[in-house]
Design a binder for this molecule. Structure first.
Ligand SMILES: Cc1cc2nc3c(=O)[nH]c(=O)nc-3n(C[C@H](O)[C@H](O)[C@H](O)COP(=O)(O)O)c2cc1C
Length: 323
């Protein structure tokens, strides 16, 4: 028998990360877990720091960094165990308070989504999974992973088949055909959709000639998004009635939430508003209750989808004559 072994390599564009860089990023993630604050912000900070280490460890540079260095591997594992223990503890603590926990997962490859779904399978506190699909697609080299029905179908299908709890697809905010994406997600196994993820944006601070959002490009969130949210919610609710729609984008008050319900939403998310007021979601819920009482309605369900397309102007005054 004879075999030919070919070792193919592509010149790496990244240097091999040092132990200090790797452990520094993970130490920052562990440190973030010790800073007091809202769990959502703490977890987001931890995730951002851990993502730095993850990016450093990708590909050949990552393999080189870890090869023949068992003490570095052990040090990394110890920090990952600390992060895992923190997340597990937070899930238990939040669930004990009576909250239903929806975990948002986001990735840049099918493998990442599968790994995250698998990690959540052993967490009884998790009531549902929301799939964030607006990151870049590293495997197919596309800027927005969920903007393509083929990829949306693949990712949502994989997560929905693995998940033991309902799955919601959070659709990209810059799509020009949100109805097709919503239909695709539901056909792939999503219980419902969240509309919308933040669209890409750019802001400038002209006093310092510096970006205002992100490092240069960023993501738009807050009040400016509400009309876009309402339009997407209305279009999808009309096109796929019966599919749960969660509205996200620009909701700060009970009135904002009621508008979303009237457009067809089953529930709303409150994002940016919680950064300035951690109790914003409570304020929004109280606002909905006030509106229900004023209208003598028993449940938000009675507001859902009440918005109807208007008849063309003058339709009543000048009806088409009967044949
Ligand atoms: C600081 C910050 C962190 C966010 N992190 C996530 C996230 O991890 N996953 C996600 O799906 N959306 C995330 N978002 C987007 C929000 O969930 C939401 O879709 C968007 O901000 C629009 O809603 P808003 O106007 O209420 O903020 C984040 C938004 C902000 C401002």
């Amino acid at each position: 028998m004879c075999g030919i072994v070919a070792i193919l390599s592509r010149p790496g564009s990244r240097p091999t990360p040092s132990a200090e860089e790797l452990l520094g990023a993970l130490d920052s993630a562990v440190h973030a877990s010790t800073v007091a604050g809202s769990p959502a912000v703490t977890l987001a900070c931890m995730a951002a720091e851990a993502a730095v280490a993850d990016a450093l460890l990708r590909g050949v540079p990552g393999v080189r960094a870890l090869a023949d260095r068992p003490s570095l591997v052990a040090a990394i594992e110890a920090r990952l165990d600390q992060l895992d223990a923190f997340v597990a503890g937070e899930l238990v603590r939040i669930a004990r308070g009576g909250a239903r926990i929806v975990v948002s997962i986001g990735g840049t490859s099918l493998e990442e989504y599968v790994r995250m779904t698998s990690a959540l399978q052993g967490r009884p506190e998790v009531a549902a999974i929301e799939i964030h699909l607006s990151g870049p697609d590293d495997e197919l080299d596309r800027p927005v992973l969920g903007a393509h029905p083929d990829r949306l179908n693949e990712i949502v299908g994989a997560v929905a088949r693995m998940s033991l709890v309902p799955v919601f697809a959070k659709l990209p905010g810059a799509s020009d055909d949100i109805v097709t994406l919503a239909r695709t997600a539901v056909r792939a196994g999503a219980t419902g959709v969240t509309l919308l993820a933040s669209p890409p944006a750019l802001g400038l601070d002209i006093t310092r000639d510096r970006p205002r959002i992100g490092t240069v490009r960023g993501w738009l969130s807050g009040p400016a998004l509400k009309p876009i949210t309402l339009r997407a919610v209305f279009d999808v609710a009309q096109a796929v009635p019966g599919v749960p729609v969660i509205a996200s984008g620009g909701i700060r008050t009970g009135e904002d939430a009621v508008e979303c319900l009237l457009a067809g939403a089953w529930a709303v998310q409150v994002g940016t508003a919680t950064l300035t007021d951690p109790a914003a979601a409570v304020t929004v819920a109280q606002g909905i209750v006030r509106r229900l009482k004023a209208a003598r309605l028993a449940s938000p369900v009675e507001l859902r989808g009440r918005l109807r397309p208007q008849e063309p102007a003058g339709a009543d005054a000048d009806p088409v004559p009967a044949p």
